[in-house]
Design a protein around this ligand. Structure first.
Ligand code: 4UU
Length: 540
């Protein structure tokens, strides 16, 4: 029997994101509530200012570039307090946002812009050069590249979004109507269980549902809280769980463009941060980084960790040293993302669990033969609910592999459910590697490495490094005939790849040389076998 969420079902209104955030009747905080505050400057946005700026730029967009409902704006930027207003302006104008990692290379960004069909791109001055090159490849003209963040002189002919507005009250500039279940709000990129990154189609209803699902679990968070927003807004975790959720709650969000543990601790102390969404490597740093002792972190009531597994050892070590508490959440890009969250008092009672299922969802664990396994036994987690994505963009095959006819989504994660309704994630059947919570699709690296003229064949896998509480990518390489497998070749391959990919995809696990990559009769890399071989070699 599939498991139901232990929470009573909640009502998910049939509205778009704009209505959820800006037209709600039950708001308990004023327009003057400061929500997004820049960590390194005096800039901030109140709730009312976000709404005003989103409305102004939304109207501006409707008058630009023949903007149509369903058009896509690429966002290529580190965390910035303008991102929320820009995002919701796109929704005002009936469009879709496709956020990209600001560390992407020209090729990586161009791929996403092309694949998502982005009509225009917004970026910041430091990212402008790469943005322009990628836009060119994707066929986006220069005059559709606009800026946010600092308004600097060197921005030259590129318009700042805040100057794009339209005060006309005519019908043409009214807020676009959205069909919450059909119209997409975001195209985020995920490799899913296999292959290269794909556009994850998230509808307005997906995000509205997830904000409300989280709201029913996180009853301890309110407008009195201050959150530290260092997780990137381009990734679904920061996008929904921080940007949308904090805004819905009215919590002040101190926004950091780049993570640094000492700066993180300083902000917690100086800004009296009360809650933070984190990833396991940050919890590890709290347990051992020397700078941590210099700061008073006592305002922090709770942290919630996700995006990768968090071990008991790390939770206990961080608590012992700092007295901080950390609970867990779990989810995926395809689930908007939060499917499971621990309650606050679970942090110590059920260390290692990812929590109970949020409302309105059903889940089951499946055997490799796709039959349901009994409660308590290990299987692949399948989930159903209003937060499940609409499919992969222009990829019916990928979509059919991920979603069943009866609307279950196959997560590619392995785990079990205990008798009290706690879910545990213990493994992955999918190829995906996670470096500090960021996705590293092995197929993407394999494709690039295979084009190196010294490499005959290659397979990439993730290995866990305790020192950083994260997986790192490692490549097994078969050198071309006549090419010597040597430490120099390893270095050469690592450096060659580093130039082609964002920093989180580098081969931090190194290169191992081999005579052959184990493959199935149909040519699929036998990743389990390779991993077993790796572990065996390491144990020697
Ligand atoms: C073991 O990383 C995310 C979403 C993260 C997130 C975190 C806290 C969501 C809700 C929340 O409360 O999305 P993706 O698409 O980048 O990666 C999804 C994958 C999962 O399939 C799983 O393998 O990230 C891994 N993952 C976790 N693994 C996510 N959370 C966990 C977790 N434990 N707690």
């Amino acid at each position: 029997m599939p498991a139901e969420s232990p929470y009573p079902s909640i009502d998910i209104p049939n509205v778009g994101i704009w209505d959820l955030l800006f037209e709600r009747k039950d708001r308990s905080f004023p327009d003057s509530q400061v929500i997004f505050q820049d960590a390194s400057s005096s800039r901030s946005y109140t709730y009312g200012q976000v709404k005003q700026v989103a409305t102004d730029f939304g109207k501006g967009l409707k008058g630009l570039w023949d903007w149509q409902r369903g058009d896509v704006l690429g966002v290529y930027s580190p965390n910035c307090i303008d991102t929320p207003a820009v995002t919701w302006a796109v929704h005002f104008a009936g469009g879709i946002v496709s956020p990209a990692n600001p560390g992407y290379t020209v090729e990586e960004l161009a791929f996403q812009l092309k694949d998502s069909g982005a009509k225009a791109l917004i970026t910041q001055v430091p990212q402008l050069k790469i943005a322009l090159e990628a836009a060119k490849i994707a066929g986006i003209p220069d005059d559709r590249v606009i800026l946010m963040g600092d308004q600097r002189a060197e921005a030259g002919r590129f318009k700042h979004f805040s100057s794009i507005r339209n005060t006309s009250g005519t019908q043409r500039y009214r807020r676009a109507k959205v069909d919450p279940d059909k119209d997409l709000a975001f195209l985020v990129y995920s490799s899913g269980t296999t292959g290269k990154p794909k556009g994850v189609m998230l509808s307005h209803r997906n995000i509205v549902a997830n904000v409300l699902q989280m709201h029913h679990n996180e009853t301890n968070i309110s407008e009195k809280d201050s959150l530290l927003a260092f997780l990137p807004f381009f990734h679904i975790y920061g996008l929904t769980c921080i940007m949308h959720f904090a805004f819905y709650k009215g919590s002040r969000c101190v926004v950091m463009p780049k993570f640094d543990i000492e700066e993180w601790c300083r902000i917690v102390q100086d800004e009296k941060i009360t809650f933070a969404y984190v990833v396991p490597p940050v919890v590890l740093l709290l347990s051992k980084h020397p700078a941590v002792d210099k700061y008073d972190l006592s305002s922090l009531r709770m942290m919630s960790s996700g995006a990768a597994p968090l071990t008991r050892e790390i939770v206990e070590a961080a608590h012992k040293r700092t007295n901080l508490k950390v609970k867990q959440g779990y989810g995926l890009s395809e689930t908007s993302p939060a499917t499971h969250m621990q309650q606050w008092d679970d942090w110590q009672r059920h260390i290692g669990a990812v929590g109970q299922m949020l409302p309105n969802q059903t889940a089951k664990f499946m055997s490799p033969e796709e039959t349901e396994v009994p409660v308590g036994e290990v299987g692949e987690l399948w989930i159903k609910g209003p937060n499940i994505f609409k499919g992969y963009l222009n990829n019916p095959e990928g979509t059919a592999n991920a979603l069943t006819d009866d609307d279950y989504f196959k997560t590619g994660d392995v785990g079990y459910l205990d008798k009290e309704g706690n879910f545990y994630i213990t493994d992955r059947v999918k190829e995906l590697i996670k470096y500090k919570g960021f996705q590293v699709p092995p197929a993407e690296l394999e494709g690039l490495l295979a084009s190196n003229d010294k490499i005959d064949d290659v397979a990439v896998m993730g290995i866990y490094k305790e020192e950083i509480a994260s997986e790192v990518p490692l490549a097994y390489v078969v050198p071309k005939k006549g090419v010597e497998a040597s430490p120099q070749l390893e270095k050469e391959i690592m450096e060659w790849l580093a130039k082609k990919v964002a920093s989180h995809k580098r081969l931090r696990g190194g290169v191992k040389f081999t005579d052959e990559i184990p493959k199935s009769a149909s040519g699929k890399i036998l990743r389990r076998m390779l991993k077993a071989r790796y572990l065996e070699e390491e144990a020697k």
